[in-house]
Design a protein around this ligand. Sequence first.
Ligand code: ATP
Length: 269
Amino acid sequence: KSKAKRFRKDEPRKRFDDIAGSDSAKRDLTEIVDYLKNPSYYQRLGAKLPRGVLMVGPPGTGKTLMARAVAGEAEVPFFSISGSEFIEMFVGVGASRVRNMFEEARKEAPAIIFIDELDAIGRSRGAGVGGGHDEREQTLNQILSEMDGFSPHEAVVVIAATNRPDVLDAALMRPGRFDRKVTLDSPHRKAREQILEIHTKAMPLDDDVDLAAVSRRTVGFSGADLENLANEAALFAGRDGSKLVAMAHFNLARDKILMGAEREQTLSD
Ligand code: ATP
């Protein structure tokens, strides 16, 4: 764990088309894509550009995927780090990683910085279990001071994801920080069908496979659950020695996932 890289950088190839549904989120983020594609144009217009976006939604709804797609659409590098990585670090390490990451991103601007699980470091002070946590606080302060320190011509947009916006420190949402909010909801029926279409595109499906029917029987499944479902169905087909993935395999996969979820529930009760 201590040898983990300071942060990850890559050139994401994800596009908005890889994400089913979430149309209003895509619409909101298009502005950021346009800006990252052509920052000097917007600067000449005298437009103040968004600095931070808070991506809010339940687990597995594609927050990370969406952030990567923004970078992919704009064709800019994507720097990422996860809030949970800072929890067991020595004091000072988190802050210096944050500093390094912002420095690199500035050098390669236009760029996206993505902070996953912001709530792990961005909890309001006093709301945390066990009270003060120096490392977390220092890391958070470093993020805030980096964001405050951007000059208007630096085209770096910081996207942070959380499924607990309610516990975040209000200081994070001040103007010039994460002052935009983009919400991703659990997928409704049609979106579930489209997500299944995306994740079965490369699979040889039998004629009896009815993804609309599968989507109707997967109320409450997230995008990540549906991706998992498609994969489990293919694994069941493999176990059968079948050349095609059939509806029966989707049914088995669904039962398996629901059973797993039930077991988790019992264990946590
Ligand atoms: P967490 O809160 O658990 O970190 P997240 O919201 O960041 O989750 P992702 O990690 O982006 O979710 O999603 C997990 C995977 O689920 C994605 O890589 C993608 O394959 C699939 N997925 C989620 N939502 C969608 C969607 N709307 N369309 C297509 N695939 C999706």
